[in-house]
Design a protein around this ligand. Sequence first.
Ligand code: GDP
Length: 541
Amino acid sequence: MVTVTSTDIHNAALTAEQAARRRTFAVISHPDAGKSTLTEALALHAKVIAEAGAVHGKAGRRSTVSDWMEMEKARGISITSTALQFGYRAPDGTDCVINLLDTPGHADFSEDTYRVLTAVDCAVMLIDAAKGLEPQTLKLFQVCRHRGIPVITVINKWDRPGRDPLELMDEIGTRIGLSPTPLTWPVGIAGDFKGVLDRRTGQFVRFTRTPGGASIAPEEHLSPEQAAARYPDDWTTAVEESALLSTDGADHDQQLFLAGITTPVLFASAVLNFGVNQLLDVLVHLAPAPTARPDLDETPRAVDAPFSAFVFKVQAGMDAAHRDRLAYARVCSGSFRRGEVLIHAATGKPFTTKYAQSVFGQQRTTMDTAWPGDVIGLVNATALRVGDTLYLDEPVTYPPIPSFAPEHFAVARAGDAGKHKQFRRGITQLEQEGVVQILRSNLRGDGAPVLAAVGPMQFEVAAHRMAAELGCPIDLEPLSYSLARRTVAADVEFLDAQRGVEVLTRTDGALLALFTDRWRLDAIAREYPDIHLEPLVAAAD
Ligand code: GDP
C-alpha cells in the first residue's frame, strides 16, 4: 500500500478547482410539499438512478432492514439525515458535483435540520402551489436568513389546481421579506400546466407527460411565435405577467440573490419531472460554490487551505446489523483522502479515517477522496461530537453549532434499577449525538436526568434507542416546563426559590432556568430586572 502524506496530496490549485465544481444544498419544505419526490427527480436527471422511486425507503418502494428504519416507516417520517452526491454535466458542458443534504421531514426534528443548514451553501425552498408558505417552511426560512444562506424557490405541484402565481409571489415578498425574481413563469394556470416561459431567453419550454413521471420528461423549446400560435391565451397571459414582474423589478440579480435579498423562482411538478432540469441549471450556474469559512476567531479559512471539516451530525443505530455510529463532516477546505490521520481540534488527538463513507438512505459506498463542500460519513467515530472540527497541517477550530431552545422536558429513569451502567452510558451517547439535550441538578441526582427537546418526538426516539439499542428501557416522566433561559451561578439560588422555576445544568456547563409558562418568566423578568435571563438560540432568532 502506498502511504499518502498530506503534503503529497495538498495541491491548492486542484482543491480550488474541485471546490468550484461543488454545489452543496438542502431542500427545506413543509412535510408533503414533495421533497422526497424532488430528490428522486434530481437524482434521476443526473442519472444516478434508472427510475424515480429508488432512493428513499418510502413504504412499498424499497425494503428497509433496520429497526431504526422500521420506526421511521411506522411513523411515516424521515429521521436520518444523509447526503446524496452526484456528478452532473450541464447541457453547456459545465461539470458539477452536487451534494444534496437530506433534512428530516418532521418539525420535531427541526434541530437536526438546523444543523444540516450549517453545512450547506444554499437552500432550495420547496412550496406546494396550492398551500403557499406553510409554518415549517417559514421557520426553516428564518434559519436560512439567520445564517445568510441564499435561497432558490421552487413552486411545486403546478400540475394540480393551486393558487394564482402572482399571489404566491406576493406572499413570499410580504410574509418573509424575500423578493421573488422568477426565472420561469408558468404557461397555463395551476392544474393546467403547459410549460414555462423562460424569462431570461423569452422562449417557451413545453413539457410533456410521461406515464407516472417515472422517467425524464422530454422538453421542447419553442420560439415565442410558435408558443403564441399554439396556446394564444395562456402564452399572452404569461408574457403580460412576466412584463408586470419586470416593471416591478422582479428580475434576477446575482449579487442580491447571494446576499439573501432576492430568491430566484422556478415552477415545477416534481412528480412529473417538470422543471427539474431548470433547477439543476440554476444550481450549476447561479448557486454558490463553497467559499472561505470563518473560524472561531472569525478568520476565514480559504477553500484551498489545508484540509478542515466540521461535524454537523452524529447518527447511530442506522444499521441494525452493525450498530455503528456515523459522524457526518462537511469539508470546508483542502482535500481528504481516506486513511489519512487528521487532528481532532477539541482534543488535539489524532483521528484515523480508515472508514469513510458516503451515505444515502440505505446505500453506503466507501469514500476515498473528498473536497470542499463534500460530506464525509465517518464510521465508528466515537470521539466526535456535533460541532467538532477536524483538520490537517494548519490548526483551525470552527464555531460550535448553537443548540436550539428546548421547549419540552422529561425526567428519565432506568426501567430496570439494576441497569445503572447501561443507563448512564446510553444517556451520554444520546446526548453526544444531539438526540436530546441532558440537564442535571444535585437535587435530582444522576439517576434521574432531565431530557430536553425541541419537539416531543425526540423523546420517542430517545426511548426507542435506549430500549432497542442501548440495552436499557427507560421511563419518562414529562415535566410541566415549557421555556428555558440561560442564567448565571449568582442567580441560581434566587430562581430556584421561585414557584414554577427550576435551574439545571446542561452537559456543556450552561445553566438553564426552566419556566412553566411565559407569564411566569415575564413576571420575574419585570420584577427583578437584574436577574440574568438570556434567550437561547431558537429557530426564529
Ligand atoms: P415530502 O414529505 O416533502 O418528502 O413529500 P413527498 O415527496 O413524499 O410527496 C408528498 C406527496 O405529494 C406524494 O404523494 C407525492 O407523490 C406528491 N407529489 C410530490 N410532488 C408532486 C407534484 O409535483 N405534483 C403532484 N400532483 N403531486 C406531487
